[in-house]
Design a binder for this molecule. Structure first.
Ligand code: IVH
Length: 672
């Protein structure tokens, strides 16, 4: 393909992909299948690999995240980022409305939901996204453009005719469903859970790896526009214009005309959303009331940190006092200890609350919790309620302080706490019953070995009966042993479990690897590792440097894998699983391609490399969809040259016009 044709096709594909992206993430009305979308994306990716000079930083391919950000540059805001003054009652809202109506008569107000996320300022030049800044101190913020590009509801290019320079401001959020999914995944991977969607969003936006950000399903709403050439003199009108440019905007936004004696419309809107917010996927913490007329906004002006023309009404976070009956210290699959408050049941935001999370030892100390205390439980942005205060006046004499155990409540082993970590761990990995049974539960779970009929309770029974002290023991269990357990076990139920265990022997290697429960090796990482490495034997023997060369595998994961295989008990378990007949390698013919960055390209490698062996460089090319040939021809896309490449080869490449690249350039193409 000629350069000109490539440029045309790239522009066409980019427009098409952004249109579908908007239909999916903003309008929520997709018109093509995910598969068709992926095919278009692949075509664009391939073209951009072939024509790197034609790839724009705002290409839809950048939605999956580009290079690592070393550090976030601090950049001044062109217009300061203000906050809002808060109100909590009808009287305060009335005071605000009255003040304005008194001077201006009947006034138009716009009401919007107040999103409980992280504020963002997006700069566009000639319709192209050029920068995303956090609020920072209001005067200057951090440049998080690379991360912002991965948020699908943020348009990379605006439609229509926007002014040459504009700043769109709004909120970035994570939906509840996405948050729960993420926490579930973290639980499976043995990582500490995130507390709430807002903090998770803030943390995510500060990650240095945009690829991880891209996977977190962040959302965006735009609620203010700054420009020297605003499209209209109405706030609401500008929001509609933002919508037409492709932004997602507050839904609903409503306008009310208020005069001195009518506040009911505003209060009804507030009352409605105070209730209805429990059903929204995203968190809102109030309603914002804004003067709609921008001339009037300018007349009213600003206070130090907030405008005089707007006010936030904040919903009361639901909280109640109840008695703390006790504290339970739970042991997870990885040995992490989580304290849980056991409460006298209380109704809160539509549900009965019996338990609340207490994050760690520091939290217990900070609250100075005593058993039988009356504690305030609050259900704010959190999914699980938390304890926010203690009513000291109601503490009874002789109440016993909650002490954090020094020993594992399950097995008695002394707990450890790594430097800088908030959580305590029980290090008795192989002897601590709940760690063993939870690992077994993980092993048999649907996404791992999928052994139906072997849930938490059954595993507990098998463990107690001495039939399964290790995941490998499952494969030695007989039907008669199950029947001999007596109560609840019959021909049918025992048969099902035995069949499930048998069937699990056909589960592919990547899921066996996931099932082992190696810390930090979740489903995705297991898949990548399995496909890149090929077998359990190779993985067990693989040095750290080679592990970290695998896509998505960083130092932490690599070390965790090494540590797993350094424990004799683990190696033994793996051996027993192998003897039982589990899949320990990628099946021949199973698709080993893990990336498509090099699809359609053919390479010749020559010389000695620093970060690769000859085999591993070939493997890296093939794993990313490229082909490796032995001699340079007109069809060769690139020659990858190491040290000592022969002069004859170099001359041949030159003669045929085949570009010669170094190994880091190849790596950059793979990482692109
Ligand atoms: S307008 C000059 N509208 O709330 C006024 N802010 O507590 C700029 N927020 O910093 C803000 N939803 O991060 C506005 N519909 C909305 C909002 C909203 C959420 C956030 C925003 C602001 C904070 C103030």
């Amino acid at each position: 393909m000629e350069r000109e044709d490539a440029a045309k096709r790239i522009a066409q594909l980019s427009d098409e992909l952004e249109r579908h992206n908007h239909l999916y993430y903003v309008a929520a009305k997709p018109v093509i299948s995910d598969r068709d979308f992926d095919l278009l994306m692949k075509e664009l990716e391939t073209l951009e690999t072939q024509w790197p000079q034609l790839a724009s930083p705002n290409s839809p391919t950048q939605r999956v995240g580009g290079d690592l950000t070393k550090n976030f540059e601090t950049v001044p805001h062109r217009w300061p980022m203000l906050s809002l003054s808060n109100s909590y009652s009808r009287e305060e809202v009335e005071e605000f409305v009255q003040r304005i109506v008194k001077e201006n008569g009947k006034t138009l107000f716009t009401l919007e939901l107040k999103y409980d996320g992280v504020a963002i300022s997006l700069s566009y030049q000639n319709g192209e996204l050029v920068r995303g800044l956090t609020r920072g101190d209001g005067e200057k913020g951090d440049d998080i453009t690379a991360n912002v590009r991965t948020v699908r509801s943020i348009p990379l290019r605006l439609r229509g005719n926007p002014p040459a320079e504009l700043e769109a401001r709004g909120e970035i959020l994570m939906g509840r469903k996405e948050f729960e999914k993420l926490n579930k995944q973290r639980e499976e991977e043995g990582e500490e859970l995130f507390a709430n969607p807002r903090n998770t969003t803030a943390g995510t936006l500060k990650l240095q790896d945009p690829k991880t950000v891209a996977k977190r399903g962040l959302q965006n709403f735009i609620y203010t526009l700054q420009s020297d050439a605003l499209p209209t003199r109405s706030h609401y009108g500008n929001i509609l214009q933002c919508q037409a440019w492709g932004f997602r905007t507050p839904d609903p936004a409503k306008r009310f005309i208020e005069q001195s004696d009518s506040l009911d419309g505003i209060m009804a809107f507030i009352a409605y959303w105070d209730k209805a917010r429990n059903e929204l996927d995203i968190a809102i913490d109030g309603v914002v009331i804004k003067v709609d007329n921008i001339d009037l906004q300018e007349e009213l002006g600003l206070r130090a940190k907030s405008p005089r023309w707007a006010i936030a009404y904040k919903f009361q976070a639901e909280q109640k006092f109840t008695r703390l009956n006790g504290v339970e210290f739970n042991v997870g699959r990885t040995g992490a200890i989580t304290p849980v408050a056991l409460l006298e049941p209380v109704e809160l935001a539509g549900t009965t609350v019996k338990r609340a999370s207490i994050h760690n030892a520091d939290q217990i100390a900070k609250l100075d919790l005593h058993i039988s205390d009356f504690v305030q439980v609050e259900k704010g942005g959190e999914i699980i309620p938390k304890i926010t205060a203690v009513d000291l006046d109601r503490r009874t004499e002789g109440a016993v302080p909650v002490t954090y155990p020094e020993h594992c409540p399950a097995c008695g082993t002394a707990l450890v706490r790594d430097e800088g970590e908030a959580q305590h761990y029980c290090p008795n990995e192989h002897g601590c019953p709940p760690q063993i049974t939870r690992r077994m539960e993980h092993f048999t779970s649907r996404r791992a070995m999928d052994i139906g009929g072997l849930g938490g309770e059954t595993i507990e029974t098998l463990f107690q009966a001495g039939l399964a002290k290790n995941v490998a023991d499952l494969y030695d269990i007989t039907k008669d042993q199950l029947l001999a357990l007596g109560k609840g076990w019959g021909e049918r139920s025992a048969g099902l479990v035995i069949d499930g265990i048998q069937a699990s022997k056909a589960i592919p290697f990547e899921r066996v690897l996931f099932a082992l429960g190696i810390r930090h090796v979740g489903e995705t990482v297991a898949k990548k590792l399995a496909r890149a490495v090929g077998s359990m034997d190779k993985l067990a023997a693989m040095p750290l440097e080679e592990l970290t060369a695998v896509d998505e595998v960083g130092a932490v994961i690599a070390e965790s894998v090494r540590e797993f295989f350094s424990v004799e008990g683990n190696r033994e378990t793996v051996e027993r699983l192998r003897n039982a007949g589990l899949q320990m390698a990628v099946e021949a013919g199973e698709d080993k391609v893990v990336g498509t960055k090099l699809t359609g390209l053919s390479f010749v490698v020559s010389g000695v490399f620093v970060n690769f062996t000859r085999d591993s460089i070939k493997e890296a090319i093939e794993n990313n969809g490229g082909k490796v040939g032995s001699s340079i021809s007109k069809k060769t896309s690139y020659v990858v040259a190491g040290a000592d490449m022969g002069p004859a080869k170099r001359a041949k490449a030159e003669e045929l016009g085949v570009p010669v690249i170094a190994e880091d350039e190849l790596q950059a193409m793979i990482d692109a």
